[in-house]
Design a protein around this ligand. Structure first.
Ligand code: MCA
Ligand code: AMP
Length: 513
């Protein structure tokens, strides 16, 4: 049997291929039928096939969110190559690293970035660089337009690579998590059932898609969810709280990181009436504050379903959808998904009892096979008996609900994006006059956590926090840039010389309050 994710999604398209599959909320009423998706992905897949790429070739994509960008993702799967999505915020140094590490055969970028991206790509040996713009122009579509709209999806085994997602992981530089067709499809099928996606006979579902499509949440959980159910999507290329609320009346499912919920709660238009056709609100990628969970309940009458996952594993746990399976509990991430193994262990590797806090380890058909070209790192991140160490710290209660209480990895999650302190400290430490720095995450009302840097000057050097921020702009993705930089005489350390980040976090905890 063909385990190609695209083949499974294609099989779920409704019989009426002229029905609307994706309606753009911000594209002057533009809509795409299921036939459009089938044809355009075939044309792009034929374009890729015409390039004579070696098997397993990576196709790296850094473009603004568009339906064509989603079709490109589908085309890469369809043609049997490996999709490598890149955050649009990444700057030259970041892109250089990903391209050098992944050695993609094809790079697709925004036309406005072609100059610098193509230079990096060609230097790294990439032979094909195409452009794709938000307004449906660019060389990718120009070239694909000449291709046949018929294409037989490549035959793939479940263990063959479908995508590489770069993630900061627990330590070191960004690592490419290798996800197979089986990882993605098994998870999508589990979620289809667990979240009760409604068949057409049951009235169908309509998903509001307002997340970026270069991460697990928007690309896999949201898009696969709708496509595997043959459900229409209302497509926002950028999240706008008021505009999203205005479309709830035509939709049934919404997925977002906590920041999206916080921002919608700030809108007077968010009422029970506005949400009356909605069936399900799902949150994840970062901890959802109990306050947000409760406010949403009282304002809309809906209980948010919080779930937990990672780039390396897709979705791991979920609060129940069906009332008979239990309540959706705020402050928890619910139960292990069917078929997914989740355990909590202490530092010695013994199982923790109910309510005991420990390290979360996971296994299952959704768990990735390893990091791209990093066998040693991969080995470190798995236990001897093959469970993946998430780097999250949590507990399980007697009923089986998991709660994430912290992270053993030094990671900040800001508005659903990962900020890896060691990376930012590296950039700051190489600036003139800097002796050392510590980057920490502080509670932030909008982003959940906001990054802040605490910097020590070299003897005799005068440093200015604002100048450090200005120097980082344009160098690294904007969401990674500390919102504030403190210049101090020294960093607090323990007797072993380790910087006491907890102490810094405590000292500055009300900065964004
Ligand atoms: C934007 N800014 C941010 C962030 N986003 N700062 C910190 N954290 C952020 N997340 C800053 C920019 O640097 C800029 O600063 C200013 O805010 C405005 O930028 P803009 O792009 O206009 O912001 P926005 O459009 O309001 O974006 C906020 C957002 C976005 C909509 C919340 O961050 C977002 O879409 N987040 C979702 C991320 C996501 O999908 N994560 C899923 C990962 P300045 O003006 O100073 O330059 S998948 C995952 O984690 C796992 C596996 C899972 O479980 O799902
Ligand atoms: P990423 O590296 O982008 O895949 O982010 C994965 C990390 O996001 C996990 O290891 C968790 O730390 C965090 N995460 C995802 N969902 C949740 C959630 N519902 N609650 C708390 N943390 C979460």
């Amino acid at each position: 049997m063909n385990a190609n994710v695209f083949a499974a999604l294609r099989a779920a398209f409704p019989a009426d291929l002229d029905a609307v599959a994706i309606e753009c909320a911000d594209g002057h009423g533009l809509s795409y039928s299921w036939r459009d998706i089938a044809r355009a992905s075939a044309m792009m897949a034929n374009l890729l096939a015409s390039l004579d790429l070696p098997p397993g070739s990576r196709v790296a994509v850094q473009t603004e969110k568009s339906v064509e960008a989603l079709m490109l993702y589908l085309a890469v799967l369809r043609a049997g190559y490996v999709f490598l999505p890149l955050n649009t915020a990444y700057q030259a140094a970041e892109i250089e690293y990903f391209i050098a590490n992944a050695e993609p055969a094809v790079v697709v970028c925004a036309g406005k970035n072609f100059g610098w991206v193509s230079k990096i790509a060609f230097q790294a040996g990439t032979q094909n660089v195409f452009t794709l713009n938000e307004d449906r122009t660019g060389t990718l579509l120009d070239r694909a337009a000449a291709m046949s709209d018929q294409h037989q999806p490549a035959s793939k085994r479940a263990d063959e690579l479908a995508a590489i997602l770069y993630t900061s992981g627990t330590t070191g530089r960004s690592k490419g998590a290798m996800l197979s067709h089986g990882n993605l499809l098994s998870n999508a099928q589990t979620l289809k059932d667990y979240w009760g996606w409604r068949t057409r006979e049951e009235g169908g579902d309509v998903l509001i898609h307002a997340l970026p499509i270069f991460h697990v949440h928007g690309l896999f959980v949201a898009s696969h969810g709708a496509l595997l159910n043959g459900s229409k999507m209302i497509w926002f290329s950028k999240f706008e709280p008021r505009a999203v609320i205005a479309r709830f009346a035509e939709a049934t499912v919404f997925m977002g990181v906590p920041t999206l919920y916080v921002r919608m709660l700030g809108e007077a238009a968010l009422t029970k009436a506005a949400c009356k056709t909605m069936r399900l609100f799902i949150a994840g990628s970062a901890p959802l504050l109990l306050e947000t969970f409760k406010d949403w309940q009282s304002r809309t009458g809906h209980t948010i379903l919080e779930r937990y996952g990672m780039s390396e594993t897709v979705m791991l746990t979920s609060n129940p959808y069906r009332a008979e399976d239990g309540d959706r509990l705020g402050g928890t991430v619910g139960f292990a998904l069917p078929g997914v193994g989740v355990r909590v262990r202490d530092d010695q590797g013994s199982d923790c009892g109910p309510e005991e806090i420990g390290n979360i380890e996971v296994s299952g058909p959704n768990v990735f096979s390893g990091y791209w070209r990093m066998p040693e790192k991969t080995k470190e991140e798995f236990t001897a008996d093959g469970w993946f160490k998430t780097g999250d710290v949590g507990k399980r209660d007697a009923r089986g609900y998991y709660a994430i209480v912290g992270r053993s990895k030094d990671l900040i999650i800001s508005g659903g994006y990962n900020v890896y302190p060691a990376e930012i400290e590296g950039y700051i430490n190489e600036m003139a006059g800097v002796a050392e720095s510590a980057v920490i995450g502080l509670p932030h009302p909008d982003f959940g956590e906001g990054a802040v840097a605490v910097v020590v000057a070299k003897p005799g050097a005068a440093l200015d926090g604002e100048a450090i921020i200005a120097a980082l702009k344009g160098k690294i993705a904007n969401f990674k840039i500390p919102k504030k930089v403190f210049v101090v005489a020294e960093l607090p350390r323990n007797t072993m010389g380790k910087v006491l980040k907890n102490q810094l976090r405590e000292q500055h905890k009300t900065l964004f309050a």
